[in-house]
Design a protein around this ligand. Structure first.
Ligand code: PFF
Length: 506
């Protein structure tokens, strides 16, 4: 067994945690989620989700990883032998996410290149769908690998692999220390340019004009919780893994607050930049802003190239800046999405870090190939929808119930946070995790499931067979997989470590 790896400094940990949080979710996802769910009125569900659920859960994950000092499965096992599967479930969730997340970074890398000379031409939609993705007619005829996608995807995998191979300190921490400040500078440049474009204010009006009627809609709450959890990298074993690399005496509460607020600040700014730019495009095309907004991948890869075409000058440069920002933001998040699997695999199989990196990255790359076929876009959209809702949110709910009610671990975890932190976490934390969040999340998940069944995802655009297999089927397979992984025996070294801990009453 190798020595347990550690962050070099507290700021290294915070930057890595922020690097994980700030990703495609902030630039590519947040703006359209806000727009689709009531604009300014979305802010209320968003803030409620952030303060009553996400930040408390973030601290809970920090506390579990820091106190139990293991990968997600091992840390959960150390809380209670019956909980290990939750850790595996979350590891599997992060693994599924990374397999398509890398593909989006691959698209962004291609588009960084296409920006030079705005190679997408005037019809950016048909460039994206027909020329680049080469989307097929029928979901089930996958139609072979699209090399123009696979090659950049392999390239991104290779870079991420290299960083992970270098380890926690010389790889993840160093990459975060370089990329995070760069990202913030890029975003500031981009925001200033966007809000000084003619028409920008019309875009911001649309973003901030609240549609309060939407707040009564449970789907809006579902979206708010989904966004906050995705954006803060919760429910995927990441924060447990990252905090397990902290030194014994490290502040948790303060770091959690910084990470939570930095992430929201970043996405807020990104939304302002994106909507400012959309307002500009609307003015150029003489249409309403609502006509130019698009959801999902289309916003970044169809609408943005259009905006860049319309820029008064330096089009290529701003294209490279925008897509480069997406690549950089995605990169440190991608690294973080792989780390839960690497650390869990390394511990359970009792292999070296490098061997675990080889296995997890190799397997991940293989699965990624499915998204580089002609049905990749649809597959990605289906998996993304189901894994977020019924992977991240559901596993976080189950974790809260098991820890709060079954294992009765919240008080000891709070004592742990308070013993190492400057800011003391009050009783409110327990109230949120034991009562408020589980109640709200259960309600959202139940009503969300009912509406998902009544109105299958994608407005009839996807065959039910595809939704059953890659949506519901996948969600169930992850839970079964988690139990199977729990059944495999731990190597003696982890078990003896276990006895040691019990002896010392840990
Ligand atoms: N938080 C990152 C983002 O917003 O893109 C990456 C991410 C991590 C997404 C973990 C989802 C997740 F479960």
């Amino acid at each position: 067994m190798e020595q347990k790896e550690q962050w070099g400094s507290r700021s290294g940990f915070i930057l890595a945690a922020v690097g994980s949080a700030i990703g495609l979710g902030n630039i590519w996802r947040y703006p359209y989620v806000v727009y689709e769910n009531g604009g300014g009125a979305f802010l209320l569900p968003y803030l409620i989700a952030l303060f009553t659920a996400a930040i408390p859960i973030l601290l809970m994950e920090y506390a579990i990883g820091h106190k139990k000092r293991g990968s997600a499965p091992l840390s959960y096992k150390r809380l209670s032998d019956r909980f290990e599967w939750i850790g595996w479930w979350q590891v599997l969730v992060s693994f599924v996410i990374i397999t398509y997340y890398m593909v989006i970074i691959g698209w962004a890398a291609s588009y960084t290149y296409f920006s030079m000379g705005t190679q997408w031409g005037d019809d950016t939609q048909s460039f994206f769908l027909s020329q680049y993705l080469n989307v097929g007619e029928d979901f089930w005829s996958f139609g072979g690998i699209q090399w123009q996608i696979l090659i950049p995807v392999i390239l991104v995998w290779a870079l991420v692999y290299w960083v992970l191979h270098r380890g926690v300190n010389r790889g993840i921490e160093l990459a975060s220390k370089i990329l995070m400040p760069l990202l913030i500078v890029l975003l500031i440049i981009f925001t200033i340019r966007a809000i000084t474009l003619p028409g920008a204010m019309d875009g911001l009006d649309v973003l901030f004009t609240p549609d309060f009627s939407k707040m009564l809609n449970t789907d809006v709450w579902f979206a708010a919780y989904g966004q906050v959890f995705f954006s803060l990298s919760l429910g995927a074993g990441i924060m447990i893994t990252y905090s397990s690399y902290l030194k014994k005496k490290s502040d948790l509460a303060n770091s959690g607050m910084i990470a939570g607020l930095a992430n929201s600040g970043f996405e807020f700014l990104a939304a302002i930049a994106v909507f400012g730019a959309l307002g500009f495009l609307a003015v150029q095309q003489n249409v309403a802003v609502t006509e130019v907004v698009s959801s999902g991948p289309m916003l970044a890869f169809v609408v943005f190239p259009n905006i860049i075409n319309a820029f008064p000058s330096l089009n290529s440069l701003f294209g490279v800046l925008f897509f480069g920002t997406l690549v950089f933001a995605g990169f440190t998040s991608a690294v973080s999405l792989l780390e839960p699997g690497i650390s869990a695999f390394k511990e359970k199989m009792n292999i070296s870090r490098k061997a675990a990196v080889n296995w997890i990255c190799g397997l991940g790359l293989l699965v990624s190939i499915a998204y580089t076929t002609r049905s990749g876009l649809s597959l990605l959209d289906i998996v993304d929808n189901f894994v977020n809702k019924f992977g991240i949110l559901f596993s976080a709910l189950v974790a809260m119930i098991l820890i709060g009610w079954v294992g009765k671990q919240l008080n000891p975890l709070r004592d742990h946070i308070n013993s190492v932190s400057d800011i003391q976490v009050g009783k409110w934390w327990i109230v949120m995790l034991k009562f408020i969040s589980p109640l709200i999340l259960s309600y959202i998940l139940i009503s969300g499931t009912i509406s998902e069944i009544n109105e299958p995802y994608g407005d009839g655009g996807y065959p039910i067979s595809a939704l059953s297999i890659f949506g519901y089927g996948l969600v169930i397979a992850l839970i079964i997989g988690a139990f199977l992984l729990q059944m495999k025996k731990w190597p003696p070294i982890q078990s003896s470590d276990e006895k040691e801990r019990h002896k010392h009453g840990a």
